[in-house]
Design a protein around this ligand. Structure first.
Ligand code: FAD
Length: 417
């Protein structure tokens, strides 16, 4: 029997790879294995809604019938231990093997561990999977005080969600500002102010020295300055590390992620990698990146399927991301690092504004809070390769739309010139 394509990891990227193979007309066997014992589900709602609502159900990425209806052999609860590249075979934990012709590694990432005295106490958790979210929901129901270590997107989403559910929440961030270098200082400051306005306590430039417990369950986090923060639950949200070990042990090149080329092929061309686990040279910045977003996972998976089918197209999707933190829909398009000037549209005081980041005269990206139309237009502009001048941005959305339309009429002529 033909061995076909095997996909390891049944998250956003793995499921999309399987779906795209079929959409693109691949008619060989497709096997999708994932270690979780769940129908693959959307991760973003876990931190935004699921953990505060006892009745909330996971949102499947695809209905159960999708897998059988598309002849996708979905195998949940299966952990892959080893890749035997020479034999084109995967070893399954607990015994058994799966042969492959082409392999897609969609192994994702996992929460970064924090070595902390007291870190093994019950009630100390992190959020990546549905199982983690169920545990947080259960622990939250028994907690009055929650401490969140890490002021990144997931930590802040959890902070706002649990605050809305009535918990007393403290966020402790080691750096001097929230959201690291992921967003402009003005966005980070705005997010902090809105969180504080709903009663979240935000401590920056502070680390946790240890966790105290009572009867085996965490009871407090003690700051390096000696302050005791009561906590019946501590959520550690200090970022993720890519799951590269499977690839690395097989001799596939890895760096900060499984290294792939513009077609998603690893150093062994029959083996591709996509999503949170993959790192690549970005067409927009020229630097090496590993992006953690639904957009990146699904677009790379689509491209990997096309590579397998023999279409050698380079990855050139415009990166975008969103996060819902309390009453803020934060959306980002492009990659904004390395900018040297910016233009602001809208009003921070109204909780609605966008920051357009420039390097010289080149628009790098846009960060928006509650201005979804700016974000959508930004995706169109960057997708078309159009960089409006800062003056056009300052003239407002109508001027931008007109400039984009004019660019689109000019572009075919330029391309033909
Ligand atoms: P994953 O979804 O992590 O899937 C990888 C799967 O592979 C996992 O199930 C893993 O257990 C499995 N696996 C790994 N190794 C093996 C093995 N050896 N054998 C078998 N199975 C294996 N992104 C956004 O753009 N917007 C958001 O608002 C947003 N919110 C988020 C909220 C939360 C709580 C989380 C956790 C993430 C959020 N993200 C968000 C990020 C987004 O979910 C990830 O970028 C996306 O899930 C990456 O998809 P992936 O398929 O690469 O990895």
């Amino acid at each position: 029997m033909k061995s076909g394509v095997v996909i390891v990891g049944a998250g956003h990227a793995g499921v999309q790879a399987a779906a795209s193979l079929r959409e693109e007309g691949y008619d060989g066997p497709v096997i999708l294995v994932g270690d979780e014992n769940e129908l693959p589900y959307h991760k973003p709602p876990l931190s935004k809604t699921f953990i505060k609502d006892a009745e909330a159900k996971p949102q499947p990425l695809r209905g159960e019938a999708f897998y059988s209806g598309n002849a996708i052999d979905f195998r949940p609860g299966v952990w892959i231990d080893r890749i035997d590249i020479g034999a084109r075979r995967l070893d399954v934990s607990g015994g058994g093997a799966i042969a492959f012709e082409r392999l897609v590694l969609a192994t994702g990432s996992r929460p970064r561990l924090l070595k902390l005295y007291g870190g093994e106490l019950a009630g100390v958790v992190s959020l990546r999977s549905l199982a983690d979210a169920r545990l947080i929901r259960e622990l939250s129901a028994q907690s009055e005080d929650v401490v969140i270590l890490g002021g990144g997107f997931i930590g802040l989403e959890i902070a706002a969600t649990l605050r809305a559910a009535g918990r007393k929440v403290t966020v402790v961030e080691a750096l001097e500002r929230l959201l690291g270098r992921a967003v402009a200082p003005a966005i980070a400051a705005h997010v902090r102010q809105r969180l504080e306005a709903i009663g979240v306590r935000v401590l920056t430039g502070i680390t946790i020295a240890r966790l105290d417990g009572e009867g085996g369950r965490v009871s407090a986090a003690i700051t390096s300055g000696g302050e005791r923060l009561p906590a019946q639950m501590v959520v550690i949200g200090i970022g993720v590390v890519p799951n590269v070990e499977l690839a690395e042990a097989a001799g596939i090149a890895v760096g900060n992620g499984i290294r792939v080329d513009q077609h998603m092929q690893s150093s062994i061309p029959e083996i591709l990698a996509v999503g949170d686990a993959a790192s690549y040279r970005h067409w927009f910045t020229g630097g090496d990146v590993r992006l953690e977003s639904v957009q990146n996972a699904t677009d790379q998976a689509r491209l990997a399927a096309r590579t397998i089918l023999g279409h050698a197209e380079p990855y050139s999707a415009v990166p975008w991301f969103w996060s819902d933190i309390g009453d803020m829909k934060l959306q980002m398009v492009g990659l904004t690092q390395g900018g040297d000037s910016h233009v602001v549209l809208g009003e921070p005081a109204e909780n609605k504004f966008s920051i357009y980041h420039y390097a010289g005269n080149r628009l790098l990206g846009i960060e928006s809070i509650n201005r979804p139309a700016d974000h959508m237009l930004g995706r169109k502009m960057l997708g078309a390769g159009f960089s409006p001048t800062p003056q056009t941005v300052a003239a407002g959305p109508d001027a931008l739309k007109a400039a984009l339309a004019a660019f689109r009429t000019m572009e075919p002529a330029k391309a033909g010139a």
